[in-house]
Design a protein around this ligand. Structure first.
Ligand code: PMP
Length: 288
């Protein structure tokens, strides 16, 4: 595999950054996960905009323009002869001292990996995921805003471990007020009495690119969509539930905390949205 590292395409064996990089020492950096479908990078501009906003939020100044990053992403895909796949773009704060002071880091590092990802099995997509609410809460926005897609994912990892240890592949995370925020790597939606609901970003959700795509699809289909605070009761009693994410795409959820959702099989609305989602991703994007 070829990796993009600070302006060069190198072999993965040479794709290395310093052990003194604050990305490694402190999780100090930002990233994006992006999809390539049929030689087109899906929603590249939206991902790069979110990356810029994440970097701005953590006062990480980078020398790369959106156009340079866009070219680098495409170059990495071409270097790996990739037609479809998953792209990971990472910017770290770079090397500084062993202390925290980010202003001593003057050389941010950029690397891009283009490969494949499969989070869930085909069976999970067919039958739906069973998920569980975990004790670990989503970080309070006044501590670390979940809207920042930073390299600091320990909050999500702790939740993921709790889910896996309970036999589930994804965890439902609440915010510190007990409202539903999101899952460890996905946004969550429910369908109830003709309307779709998803938690607002201020409830502790990442403003997912896939979430936005699904909101647009729902509007096109004239399905009312409301962003509002949601409780576990709302999700337990929903007719349908699904998760969205760049890696997961759109995946049905058929049980939450051992409660069957609807009749325990993926619902009609969810299946319709999945179909439309695949139509959308196969018909647009930045060509390599
Ligand atoms: N929430 C979290 C915590 C995430 O890491 C992600 C991305 N994997 C998402 C939601 C979904 O966002 P997107 O659709 O932009 O991938």
């Amino acid at each position: 595999m070829k990796v993009y590292l600070n302006g060069k395409i190198v072999d993965e064996s040479e794709a290395k950054i310093s052990v003194f990089d604050h990305g490694l020492l402190y999780g100090d950096g930002v990233f994006e996960g992006i999809r390539l479908y049929d030689k087109c990078v899906f929603k590249l501009d939206e991902h790069l905009e979110r990356l810029e906003q994440s970097a701005k939020a953590i006062l990480l100044k980078t020398p790369w323009s959106r156009e340079e990053l866009s070219k680098a992403v495409c170059e990495t895909c071409r270097a790996n002869d990739l037609t479809s796949g998953y792209i990971r773009l990472v910017i770290t704060r770079g090397v500084g001292s062993l202390g925290l002071n980010p202003y001593l880091c003057n050389d941010p590092q950029l690397f891009i990996i283009a490969g494949n990802i499969k989070l869930y099995s085909d069976e999970d997509y067919r039958n739906g995921l069973k998920i569980i609410t975990v004790p670990t809460r989503r970080s309070n926005p006044s501590a670390l805003p979940p809207s920042v897609k930073s390299l600091n994912y320990l909050n999500n990892i702790l939740a993921k471990v709790e889910a896996i240890n309970a036999g589930c592949m994804e965890a439902l995370m609440l915010n510190d007020q007990g409202y539903i925020a999101e899952c460890t790597g996905d946004n969550v939606f429910i369908y109830q009495k003709g309307t779709l609901y998803t938690p607002p970003v201020y409830a502790g959700a990442l403003n997912g690119i896939t979430r936005q795509v699904v909101i647009e699809i729902a509007k096109d289909k004239n399905i009312p969509i409301i962003e509002r605070e949601m409780t576990r009761y709302d999700i337990w009693t929903a007719e349908e539930c699904f998760l969205t994410g760049t890696a997961a795409e759109v995946i049905p959820v058929t049980a939450v905390d051992s409660r069957e959702i609807g009749s325990g099989i993926p619902g009609e609305v969810t299946l319709g949205l999945i179909k439309s989602f695949h139509n959308v991703v196969n018909n647009q994007g930045t060509m390599l």
